[in-house]
Structures are given as structure tokens and as C-alpha cells.
Design a protein around this ligand. Structure first.
Ligand SMILES: Cc1cc2nc3c(=O)[nH]c(=O)nc-3n(C[C@H](O)[C@H](O)[C@H](O)COP(=O)(O)OP(=O)(O)OC[C@H]3O[C@@H](n4cnc5c(N)ncnc54)[C@H](O)[C@@H]3O)c2cc1C
Length: 451
């Protein structure tokens, strides 16, 4: 800027909020004018990561962010194409003295940062900020260096480090003269979304967070595993897109005496530091184990459609298709069925999840799939769920199955979890499949008694 004022660019990525957004706060503190930028990144499109549920969530979140910035005197500049080229050309256009962005842990985020730094050279600093996790990856390290491979010691160390302060939303965010930020246009309606998918935006995130803290948080330790209760926060897509700050959520929960929910946020941080240390996590076994995977298209398709004939598995998969979200206990059950009973490679399951989850997240998705498959951070890699016992324990009345599997909606226990007891003719009449035998289970035995 020729008038002597300082301008900074804030590149928003998956940190789409104003409160506790350290990159934005620092830009506002150190520059007179700030250009908030979002780039619809061609590389993310090409990688197939912008699937309908996440694309719709993103559109709502950007609209909210733009609205929030307008209230503060600014607006969101939206571009599309190569994120490095677009950011650097805008920074040059406005004569920015710095580019700020949130630190992220994937291989792609690392290459984006390197690309930005290469492109601007020494012209202007590219500054990374915390905010994507409660504690930035790498800040909690074992004494031996590297990263934590097991959760419990990570949790202990994580609970003891000093956390940064929570940032307030800036009061003003002013664009430089001559920079246009036309009102955000959402574009055509996204098709192919789940009918009851989560809604995006920081206002919706705030509503969910406040409702959860004042309501279900108190019962979270007892209720969060119960499939039919809505006992969890449903904040995962908001944490993925940053419409809720994990740091602030942890602080607010702990102020209410919570430990159980905060522990889950710590699991999220755990998987992020694993991804940073092992960037191939979405593609390669974290621990090399020959699991003897099988190709079984029929079983995989039945799993994808929620037609395996095992009600607790089908209910989980149908929740995913209906809501673009699935309860954590159901995720564990369906992933265990696929990788340990049918023995289809975890990568196929993880890809299907990423295609449908609004919260689809490289660190959490691959970390958890590998955990269940026994190739990841579980200290008991051969752990195997008894699917029927899981159903009886976490859906004791069969309410979750009845909600998502209409073919069984009139059944009670025991048939609701074991409909094969009704006989093949009755199953046919209801249009519900006979159970797909887990023919490939390692020892030939099934975890479902009677099958
Ligand atoms: C096979 C499998 C795949 C998964 N894929 C994803 C994914 O793509 N994206 C994703 O966000 N979560 C994933 N999870 C973790 C977990 O199931 C979801 O985060 C959780 O169900 C989201 O619901 P919630 O927000 O109501 O969770 P809450 O119980 O309210 O927990 C609060 C937050 O803690 C974090 N969290 C909870 N459980 C875990 C966990 N096991 N690992 C890491 N973080 C956790 C999430 O950010 C969550 O929003 C996966 C789990 C499994 C078993």
C-alpha cells in the first residue's frame, strides 16, 4: 500500500471461524488492512476430496464466514484454481507484508506451505498459526523425540502442557482500498447429498456446542456409546472445517468439570500428530502387517448399501447414507465387520467413508480405520468384536436398528438383532437379506453365535 499502511493476507483453509482464529487475530494485530481469502483449491477437487456432503457443508460455512466478516467491515475474497498461485498473486496485488494461515498436518498441507514459501521467497513471510487442534502437533513429544505411537501416554502428556489462550473475534477486519469482496455466492445447489446431512457454518457450530455443553455433556460418560441416544456432540464436521475451535471447545468443557469429552478431542489431536509424523497414513499400513486381505466385491457392495443381513452393521451404514454422519460406536462395529470378518482391506472402507462423511478427515478417518484393522495404533491389533454382543450392549432395545432398518421396524429382542431366527421365508417376505456369512474370518469361526 502506498499510504504507508500495512496489509496482510489471511488464507482460510479449514479454520472457517472468527472466534479463536489465531491466524486472523495475528493479522489484525499486526496489519492495518486484512484480506481474508479462501481458494477453491483445484488440487482438492482433482483428488476427489470435495464430495457432496462436505462441499455443501463448506458452502454454508463460507457464506457464514463472509457474513461475519462483513459485519466487521470486511468480506471474504473467494478465488479458485491453484491455491499457491492465487494466494501469491493476491498478496502481490495488495502489497501484503505477510501471509497468515493455520498450521495443518497432512502431506498436502505441508506441500502447500512449502509451495507458498517457495513462491514468495524472502519477499514476505508466510506465517503458520495454531488452531486446527487443541495442542499443535509436535508440541507434545515423547522424550525420545518423534511422535506418540500409543494414546495413553499421549493423553497424560497432553493433559499437562500449557495451552495457548483462546482468541476473541476481532472487532474490525478492514479490507484495503480497491479490494473487492463481492457478497459470497453459494453457486448451484449441491446434488447427491445425504437427506439429513449436517449443516455448516460457525453459527450452527456455536448452536450445537452450546446445546451440548448445557445438555448432554453431563451424561456423556454414560451415554456416548449408546447408539440410540443422541448422546454425543455431533461437532465432528465443525471441528473438521474449523467452524468450531477445538481449543475453545476443550476449555469450555473442562470448565464444566468434563474429562470424557475432552479425552475424545485428545484422540483427535493424537491422530493428527500421527498423520504429521507418518503422512502416508491414508494409503499405507502404519504398522506393516500381512492381514491376508481378500477381494470380495459382493460382500463389499452389501456393506456399502447396508444390506449385509447383520442388523447392527446395516443400521450403521444406513445412518451414514441418510445423515452423512455415523455414531462412533457404529463406525467401530461396521469397520470391524469389514476388516476382521469379511477381511476386505481397510482402505476400501476408509474411501467409502470419505465419500460420504461430512466430517471425513484424513487424520481421524485413516487413523481410526487402521486402529480397527489392527495395522495402526491399537496395542491389541488382534482385538475382534463380537458383533452380537456389541449390538446387545450398545443398542439394548434394538431402537437404533429399528430407526435405520425399516424392514425390521416392528421387531423386538432377540429377533431385532438376530432376524435370521425368523427363517429364510420371513426374511424374503420382509425384503431383508439373509446374513452374509463372514466366510473369511481368520479361524473360520464367526463372532455371531449360531452363524
Ligand atoms: C472407522 C472410523 C472412522 C472414523 N472417521 C472419522 C472421520 O473421518 N472424521 C472424524 O472426525 N472422525 C472420525 N472417526 C472418529 C469418531 O467416530 C467421530 O469423530 C465421532 O463419531 C464424531 O461424532 P461426535 O462429534 O458426536 O463425537 P463426540 O463423541 O462428541 O466427540 C467429540 C469430538 O472428538 C473427536 N473424536 C471423537 N472420537 C474420536 C476418535 N475415535 N478419533 C479421533 N477423534 C475423535 C471428534 O472430533 C469429535 O467431534 C472415525 C471413527 C472410526 C471408528
Amino acid at each position: 500500500m502506498t499510504d504507508g499502511s500495512r496489509t496482510a493476507v489471511v488464507l482460510f483453509t479449514r479454520d472457517l471461524r472468527l472466534t479463536d482464529q489465531p491466524a486472523l487475530s495475528e493479522a489484525v494485530r499486526t496489519a492495518d488492512r486484512v484480506v481474508p481469502l479462501f481458494v477453491h483449491d483445484a488440487a482438492i477437487e482433482r483428488a476427489g476430496f470435495a464430495t457432496p456432503n462436505r462441499r455443501a457443508f463448506l458452502g454454508e460455512s463460507l457464506a457464514d464466514l463472509d457474513g461475519g466478516l462483513r459485519e466487521k467491515g470486511g468480506g471474504l475474497v473467494v478465488r479458485e484454481g491453484d491455491v499457491v498461485e492465487q494466494t501469491v498473486s493476491l498478496a502481490r496485488e495488495v502489497g501484503a507484508s505477510a501471509i497468515h494461515l493455520s498450521r495443518d498436518d497432512s502431506a498436502y498441507a505441508a506441500s502447500r506451505l512449502a509451495g507458498l514459501r517457495d513462491a514468495v521467497g524472502r519477499e514476505r513471510p508466510v506465517v503458520e498459526h495454531p488452531g486446527a487442534t487443541v495442542v499443535p502437533s509436535g508440541e507434545v513429544e515423547p522424550t525420545t523425540g518423534d511422535h506418540y505411537k500409543v494414546f495413553t501416554p499421549f493423553w497424560r502428556a497432553w493433559s499437562e502442557v500449557a495451552w495457548r489462550g483462546v482468541e476473541r473475534a476481532p472487532t474490525r477486519v478492514e479490507l484495503p482500498d480497491g479490494v473487492q469482496a463481492p457478497p459470497f455466492e453459494r453457486g448451484p445447489v449441491v446434488t447427491g447429498t445425504a437427506p439429513e446431512r449436517p449443516r455448516g457454518g460457525f453459527e450452527e457450530g456455536e448452536r450445537l456446542l452450546a446445546g451440548f455443553l448445557d445438555g448432554r455433556l453431563a451424561d456423556y460418560p454414560d451415554e456416548s456409546d449408546q447408539l440410540a441416544r443422541d448422546g454425543t456432540s455431533r461437532l465432528s464436521p465443525h471441528l473438521h472445517f474449523g467452524t468450531v475451535s477445538p481449543r475453545r471447545a476443550a476449555e469450555l468443557a473442562m470448565a464444566r468439570g468434563d474429562e470424557a469429552f475432552t479425552r475424545q478431542l485428545c484422540w483427535r489431536d493424537f491422530h493428527h500428530q500421527v498423520l504429521r509424523a507418518f503422512p502416508a497414513l491414508p494409503r499405507r499400513d502404519y504398522r506393516d502387517r500381512d492381514r491376508g486381505w481378500v477381494e470380495d466385491d459382493r460382500a463389499f457392495e452389501a456393506w456399502c448399501e447396508g444390506r449385509t443381513g447383520i442388523p447392527i452393521v446395516d443400521a450403521g451404514m444406513r445412518q451414514l447414507l441418510r445423515e452423512g454422519w455415523m455414531h462412533n460406536r457404529a463406525r467401530l462395529i461396521v469397520a470391524s465387520y469389514l476388516t476382521k470378518e469379511v477381511r476386505v482391506h481397510w482402505r476400501h472402507g476408509a474411501e467409502f467413508f470419505l465419500a460420504h462423511l461430512a466430517d471425513g478427515d484424513l487424520a481421524n478417518n485413516s487413523g481410526n480405520w487402521q486402529w480397527v484393522a489392527g495395522t495402526g495404533n491399537d496395542t491389541r491389533p488382534n482385538r475382534r468384536f463380537n458383533l452380537l454382543r456389541q449390538a446387545q450392549r450398545f443398542d439394548p432395545d434394538g431402537e437404533y436398528v429399528r430407526r435405520f432398518v425399516p424392514e425390521l421396524s416392528d421387531l423386538r429382542r432377540p429377533e431385532v438383532h438376530e432376524p435370521w431366527r425368523l427363517g429364510a421365508g420371513e426374511l424374503r417376505r420382509r425384503g431383508y437379506p439373509e446374513p452374509l456369512l463372514p466366510a473369511h474370518s481368520p479361524d473360520g469361526a464367526s463372532t455371531i453365535p449360531g452363524l
